[in-house]
Design a protein around this ligand. Structure first.
Ligand SMILES: [Zn+2]
Length: 120
């Protein structure tokens, strides 16, 4: 996988990925919970929905809204194993390592932070 900065640059060039934005409701939720809690949620979602070798409903396991991390997952092409494979060459049918999971979470949190900063 690329560095967070490289990944964010590449994502900006995709019309589809670059279109995702956090809603006011998402931003309020992050403000209330704090970014550390959002990171814990991201770790949990990635571990349960993406890390197994064959995740349940792969390709449809990430809702389009309802949690800021879901939006970040679509914006960062970390929504399903097919997108991870296409964008980051992460092999399918293999569990994600702890390091891979952390890299994904770091990317998601970095994207969320750019969305919040873009507001100031
Ligand atoms: Zn996907």
């Amino acid at each position: 996988m690329a560095t967070v900065e490289e990944a964010l640059e590449k994502l900006k060039k995709s019309d589809f990925r670059a279109r995702f934005r956090l809603s006011e409701k998402d931003k309020k939720y992050i403000e209330e919970k704090g970014i550390d809690t959002i990171r814990l949620h991201a770790e949990d979602f990635i571990r349960t929905r993406l890390a197994p070798s064959r995740p349940e409903n792969d390709g449809k396991q990430t809702p389009m809204r309802g949690h800021p991390v879901f939006v970040a997952q679509h914006a960062c092409a970390c929504c399903c194993r097919k997108c991870l494979s296409k964008w980051y060459k992460v092999p399918m049918n293999t569990p994600l390592s702890e390091t891979q999971q952390q890299k994904i979470v770091n990317l998601l949190i970095a994207w969320i932070e750019t969305q919040i900063k873009g507001d100031l």
